[in-house]
Design a protein around this ligand. Structure first.
Ligand SMILES: Cc1cc2nc3c(=O)[nH]c(=O)nc-3n(C[C@H](O)[C@H](O)[C@H](O)COP(=O)(O)OP(=O)(O)OC[C@H]3O[C@@H](n4cnc5c(N)ncnc54)[C@H](O)[C@@H]3O)c2cc1C
Length: 289
């Protein structure tokens, strides 16, 4: 199987981890240490997804599979390529069994279920890089290509980055809260606990994406931030895989959940089967001395 993948320095090592033993070429915009047969570096980098789609579509004739990370831009690019090529497209992919046909597992029902597919190659997939084990090493060959002439019909006029409130990936202590929290106002006690511990508040996706109680840069997991603090405190979090992959490099994990069977306890060093509304005020009192 000959694979072309698009990614960046953060996700290419994990994407490549899913295709070990295959002939894999990766296309990106800067040098990445990733053990693929060929790394294609486009310099200067194209501006915008349509640009990448045009460039990559021109290279795909000899490939069986095109892979992107399941990010906003990655999925956008995957669909543009699938439409241009008329290749089948599978998004939200969390598992693969290599071969032709390719066996693919994707998440459905908001993460509560999985669906398996058999897909004839050539095809396009967008893959959760966080679900794959990263690999490191040097690329076999590095080829530098320059941006070809292309004038997309839709042009980027301006880009403004939003000032992020916090960079959770650098926090040494993270106090994360999930749907066990009943009201937005109760975030105050979580903030107080985080502040006493010199840490940052984080959350599960429902609190940021659905309830909008916290900004997206504070949600940890597959579609959020990956953190590696010395201490991760999980309060009222069930421990679904999409959240857990976001803190798998944490030092010590402590969790509090009223449900003794909550999966979060399987990935915790210390767990309390308790109500966070009792534990958090007690902790604050103790720590304040
Ligand atoms: C494509 C996709 C991507 C996703 N990406 C992410 C991601 O990046 N990050 C992420 O977090 N989620 C992600 N999710 C959602 C994920 O599947 C879970 O739905 C989510 O993590 C659950 O959040 P939760 O633990 O806060 O809520 P729940 O699963 O509802 O768990 C709440 C927990 O709180 C406990 N609880 C209730 N009351 C109390 C109390 N008083 N004291 C203590 N415990 C209490 C309950 O026992 C329960 O275990 C994704 C889903 C999909 C489909």
């Amino acid at each position: 199987m000959k694979v072309l993948m698009f990614g960046d320095p953060d996700n290419l090592p994990s994407l490549a981890g899913a295709f070990q033993g295959e002939e894999v070429h990766a296309i990106t915009y800067e040098q990445v240490n990733v053990p693929v047969s060929k790394l294609i570096v486009v310099d200067p980098a194209p501006e915008g997804v349509e640009w990448w789609a045009h460039l990559i579509n021109g290279l795909l004739d000899s490939y069986d599979l095109f892979v992107t990370p399941f990010t906003r831009d990655g999925s956008d690019l995957a669909s543009r390529i699938a439409a241009r090529r008329m290749w089948p497209l599978l998004t939200n992919v969390i598992g693969l069994k290599l071969g032709n046909p390719l066996k693919v597992e994707k998440v459905i029902f908001g993460g509560k279920g999985k669906q398996s597919f058999r897909v004839e190659l050539p095809a396009v997939i967008s893959l959760y890089s966080q679900a794959m084990e990263p690999v490191s090493g040097q690329p076999g060959v590095v080829e530098r290509i320059s941006r070809p002439n292309y004038s997309p019909k839709a042009k980027v006029l301006e880009r403004k980055s939003k000032e992020a409130e916090v960079d959770l990936s650098k926090a040494e202590v993270v106090v994360a809260v999930g749907r066990g929290l009943k009201r937005k106002e109760d975030l105050e006690m979580i903030r107080e606990l985080a502040q006493i511990l010199g840490g940052e508040v984080a959350c599960t996706r429902p609190l940021s994406a659905d309830l909008k109680w916290l900004p997206e840069e504070r949600h940890v997991g597959m579609t959020g931030v990956r953190v590696k603090p010395k201490l991760y405190i999980a309060l009222g979090i069930s421990g679904q895989i999409q959240h857990v992959v976001g803190f798998r490099d944490a030092g010590t994990v402590i969790s509090v959940n009223i449900d003794p069977d909550a999966p979060i306890f399987e990935v915790s060093d210390y767990g309390a089967v308790a109500d966070l509304y009792e534990v958090v005020p007690l902790l604050i009192k103790e720590l304040k001395g």
